[in-house]
Design a protein. Structure first.
Length: 269
């Protein structure tokens, strides 16, 4: 039997090279990717025996990459060991059926032992659940990665296709378009309402619905809310609580469907 092939997905190049050296010294072949986009390209060419996945990366982070594997039917064929510097992300990936989880920093000995255990167990008994059906696409524009992770998890569990971005530049670089775009009002650089105005002037976002959100203690309320809605947001939500955002999005989807049905009934659509 040949050497086991591992794909390590992490944007910290020096750290990745160190782990690669240790894994190769222990008999594995290792391929590197610096983000989820590059990793998807490599997985499409050669399915690895294990994916070692970092959470926070540019272009496409760990959650979005994980979701893409599920949609493509690959997740059930390859085990995943998640690495992160934030221990609070562990519950998220546990619920998504990751095969292992390690919080940085960790000892190389434990890391190598975890790799061996996951590969052996996955080959013997693959208990990964089938991916959930996906019906709608949501894009979350939020600079704080911990907040983005929590919101994304709520939507993934509800069957949504989720993408994340930290600002307008990352959004413009995306090839596909979301049905709903959640935008944090308090972004640096361009504020949330400015981001919405810019995106609504672009042809590819003409059919997207925008929802603006902010912290509960935000000073934005009353007439100010109406001001932001007039700038292009269908709703303004004065909270970052994930399941309240999900509920609001579902309400908006239902309202939009009702509006379309009414237009059909009146013959205006």
């Amino acid at each position: 039997m040949g050497k086991k092939h591992i794909l390590l997905v992490d944007d910290e190049v020096n750290y990745s090279n160190m782990l690669k050296f240790e894994m190769e010294a222990n008999g594995y072949t290792v391929e590197l990717a610096i983000n989820g986009v590059e990793a998807l390209e490599k997985v499409a060419k050669t399915l690895p025996d294990l994916i070692v996945l970092d959470v926070n990366m540019p272009k496409m982070g760990g959650i979005e990459f994980y979701e893409n594997l599920s949609k493509k039917g690959i997740r059930s064929k390859v085990p995943i060991l998640v690495l992160t510097a934030r221990s609070n992300v562990e519950e998220l990936f546990r619920e998504l059926d990751a095969n292992g989880f390690m919080t940085k920093p960790f000892s190389i000995e434990l890391f190598l032992k975890e790799i061996d255990t996951i590969i052996q167990n996955f080959g013997a008994e693959n208990t990964v659940k089938p991916p959930k059906a996906v019906s709608k696409k949501v894009l979350i524009i939020e600079e704080d990665m911990a907040t983005l992770d929590k919101i994304a998890l709520a939507f993934v569990h509800a069957g949504w296709t989720v993408r994340g971005a930290r600002g307008i530049t990352e959004v413009i670089e995306m090839a596909d378009v979301a049905d709903i775009i959640l935008v944090n009002l308090n972004l640096s650089g361009f504020s949330g309402d400015q981001v919405i105005l810019k995106l609504k002037n672009m042809p590819s976002f003409q059919n997207s619905d925008f929802i603006l959100f902010a912290e509960q203690d935000s000073a934005v309320h009353g007439v100010v809310m109406e001001k932001y809605q007039n700038k292009g947001a269908r709703r303004f939500i004065n909270t970052k609580e994930p399941y309240f955002l999900l509920e609001t999005v579902n309400d908006l989807i239902a309202k939009t469907a009702q509006e379309r049905n009414e237009q059909v009934r009146k013959g205006t659509l």
